[in-house]
Design a protein around this ligand. Structure first.
Ligand SMILES: Nc1nc2c(ncn2[C@@H]2O[C@H](COP(=O)(O)OP(=O)(O)OP(=O)(O)O)[C@@H](O)[C@H]2O)c(=O)[nH]1
Ligand SMILES: [Mg+2]
Length: 433
């Protein structure tokens, strides 16, 4: 030491000062290094973090599974830095995410917005509205004829005997029929109602009760083939109704055959043939003037051979008062029954609503001759006499199976009492005057 001091002393003073400063600086540097080492044992890790890196939740899961369970020592980290090993780098990134970038803050992907738009509820199908409005339009003349008068009658301040007489008249003139009208008058006038809207509601309820009794469509076929015979006076809409029925049952998945047992007119045979081509049914005809029973016989044979589900037999229009023609109808029915027991399974009479009360009489006569199983009431569009359906339902014990509300294929509706009454009593702009 003495030799060192002597050496220093032998230098000029300025060198000694520099040396002292250097030693002090070195000590200070080492001290700082030591303190910082104590305060932070992970210097190397913080240096190597990548603050700007974006990691998805999936990446994070992969990263977690790749990281080995034991903690990594600082020395190992140093070594790894030198060799650029992937495990260590990923470990560092994991810590970064857990502390600074919560996974919940990852913005939602744009596809989710698109899915929401696609899943919006589809608009309600317009079909039911169209059906009701079509029926309302069809019944508009009956509605105007009946309720146009009723509104005027009950708008008076006092409801007396004269008011009820007028009520009765308006029902009769809408072809509801005398007997049915008398019953309706008795029930409604006896309920002591004075308010026009209450009287209308009571009438609606009573009409619904009557029509409910007459409801009945053709829900299932009773045999294979099920045989349906269609009769009625001239021009009521038999052949048109057969076309509409064939169309409906074919659409329901059945194999349908139509038979032209109206041999009276050549044009009648062609008319049915056109319908069968239009709807895609099988077709059987005889020569003009042939015995209609022979055509019915052929039709049964052919429908059995071809695996037909429904055979519909058209017949010539005839006046219910002509006995010989009614006998011919009975014969057709008998032949059908002989070939297939219990057939015809349906005997439909087609009635034209525009004939009003006459339709009730036709139904009675045909029923006596061939025992009717159901009524099809056509041409309810375009008539103010639609009230006849109430008389039919009240006076005859025969179900109304279908109603015709136009000439188009889809203008045949299964009769539904509630739908019918709603359309008849509907108020609003669907009424066509
Ligand atoms: N407006 C309207 N017309 C109808 C309806 N049903 C049938 N018609 C029409 O009534 C007319 C007679 O129809 P057809 O089917 O030939 O009557 P039909 O009973 O077979 O006649 P015949 O075989 O001569 O006895 C045709 O012009 C049909 O378009 C209906 O529901 N509404
Ligand atoms: Mg015809």
């Amino acid at each position: 030491m003495n030799s060192l001091l002597n050496t220093i002393n032998s230098y000029p003073a300025v060198y000694a000062d520099i040396f002292v400063v250097f030693v002090l600086a070195l000590i200070l540097y080492l001290l700082t290094l030591f303190i910082s080492k104590i305060l932070s044992g992970k210097d190397a890790e913080t240096v190597e973090t990548e603050p700007d890196k974006q990691i998805s939740a999936t990446d994070l899961e992969e990263i977690k599974t790749e990281v080995p369970p034991p903690p990594v020592e600082a020395d190992d980290i140093q070594d790894a830095f030198k060799s650029s090993g992937p495990v260590v780098r990923e470990t560092v990134v994991t810590e970064e995410i857990l502390t600074e970038e919560p996974i919940a803050e990852i913005p939602p992907e744009p596809e989710q917005v698109v899915e929401e738009v696609v899943e919006e509820p589809a608009p309600a199908p317009a079909e039911p509205e169209t059906v009701i409005s079509r029926l309302r339009k069809g019944l508009s003349k009956t509605q105007t004829g009946l309720f146009g008068k009723l509104d005027g009658i009950f708008s008076r301040s006092e409801i007396d005997q004269e008011t009820w007489d007028e009520f009765e008249e308006s029902l009769i003139s809408s072809d509801i029929g005398v007997n049915t009208t008398m019953k309706l008058r008795e029930v409604i006038s006896g309920s002591n109602l004075n308010d026009p809207s209450e009287i209308k509601d009571a009438l609606k309820e009573e009409i619904l009760k009557i029509l409910k009794n007459a409801e009945g469509g053709i829900s299932e076929f009773k045999a294979k083939p099920t045989v349906m015979m269609v009769a009625g006076v001239n021009g009521v809409g038999k052949t048109t109704t057969i076309g509409k029925l064939a169309n409906k049952f074919i659409k329901d998945g059945n194999k349908v055959m139509v038979a032209a047992a109206d041999t009276f007119r050549a044009a009648a045979i062609e008319q049915l043939e056109v319908w069968s081509q239009r709807v895609g049914s099988d077709f059987i005809k005889g020569s003009p003037g042939a015995d209609p029973s022979a055509v019915a016989f052929d039709a049964v044979q052919a429908s059995q051979a071809r695996g037909i589900d429904l055979l519909i037999v058209d017949t010539a229009g005839r006046l219910h008062t002509k006995t010989n023609l009614m006998d011919e109808l009975k014969k057709i029915k008998r032949i059908l029954g002989r070939e297939i027991s219990d057939s015809p399974h349906e005997v439909l009479i087609v009635l034209d609503a525009t004939t009003g009360q006459n339709a009730v009489q036709q139904a009675k006569s045909f029923n006596e001759a061939i025992d009717i199983s159901g009524i099809v009431l056509t041409k309810l569009d375009g008539t103010a006499k639609g009230g006849v359906i109430i008389a039919i339902a009240d006076e005859l014990n025969i179900p109304v199976k279908y109603i015709g509300i136009g000439e188009a294929l889809e203008d045949l509706r299964e009769f539904n009492a509630e739908e019918f009454v709603e359309a008849l009593f509907a108020e609003g702009d669907s009424t066509v005057h």
